[in-house]
Design a protein around this ligand. Sequence first.
Ligand code: SAM
Length: 443
Amino acid sequence: MKEDFKTLLLKTLPLPEANDLYESLQSNPTISLRINPKKTNLVPKNSNKVAHCNSAYYLEERPVFTADPAFHAGVYYVQEANSMWIGRVFEHLRSLIAESVVVLDLCAAPGGKTTHLSSLMQDSDLLVANEVISSRKNILAENVSKWGDGNTWVCSADPVQFGNLGPLFDMVFCDAPCSGEGMFRKDLNAQQEWSLENIALCSSRQQRIVSDSWNCLKDGGYFIYSTCTFNTSENEENVNFICDSLGGELVDVSKIDPSGVLYCLKEYQYRCFPHRSTGEGLFFAVIRKNISTSKPIKNKAQQIEIKKSDINGFSYVGFRSKNWLVPNYHLQCLNLLCLLPGLFHVGTLFGDVFKGKWKPHPAIALLAIESSLPLVELNDQEAMAYLRREFLPKKSSQRGVVIMRWFEFNIGISNSINNGLNNLWPMEWRVRNQFLCNTVFPR
Ligand code: SAM
């Protein structure tokens, strides 16, 4: 680690804390995952519970996740454990609001916090996940589809375009791009790229992101600012800026930490350190908007067409030449939501109509609800071959769209034709190497 970094750390924190933190940054990172509670309650092999997240576990060693069909089927998400504190923040804030909420995850790719929030939302709540960097938006949509809650819409827009929307969201999560000091153990690049100049650059970009998007938060709504870095310019100083310049007040969320592992350099601003709570670095603060800054909605609406409504609680919606399944309780906000900037994914992708025929998308098998489509059971080799997008031999007389099932999980769909199973796993999701199947779950 660079000498300047150590000097800054010693300037930022009192001595014992700074030394303990510096020492912990020399050790190996831990590996953890969060289970999808709507898909399983199995406990991974050789694992220990993460104390601050009900559905998460530390693994003793890192397996090859690509070799596990359950990983591809959104049965769990590999996520650094301290980031899961954001889930606790959400649960606490959600308990303060009686009505349904609309939540924005402004800097969302690859989707760790998005999938966590979507698991914790109540049925009628809606999550909008945004990623401005175009090359990262697809991995976000992929993870949302695989997680299968159906309650998340995905956009790719600049924060300023959300600001132009006017006050639409009850909560805005801003997990800002940062200098990544808290990821030094996991990411050697972050160590190499670290410099005081980069901190200054990150800090001003973070201020811009928050100022630009601030208008889309409702009056009295909550802005949850987080980074995975330790310096104060990107953390406490920016929170100060938000409160003073934009009109917010800090919210006490210390209730979420009864065992007192979080560290506060400033009141109501929380830091997770690897030596206090097993995982990497995280900073967060909750700011309540207390000044009205409403603006009229300026964005141009995209066309969303309800094709059929109320089929087992869902409706078919046409959007961007594709068909989507949207829970009925989200229909009431369709008019408003079609204004979302850069919106490209709504609910669950049901499929395209190709040459007059329905070409279904595997997202319908990965949706965390029971399906009436016929199942085809796959063994380990067949499951891996399916994920490599290979053509599989026919396993029953069944014809048409069938769900591929492996172990306890739906992992995709195929079209069963005369001589075999036509693989409908998307090309961009396919596994490229030959791995021997190996799951994190006991069997
Ligand atoms: N929340 C994510 C998760 O839990 O998986 C991690 C988000 S990462 C810390 C920050 C994200 O902000 C990155 O995906 C990055 O592409 C995006 N980003 C970069 N520049 C941005 C900008 N100017 N405005 C908004 N987001 C930006």
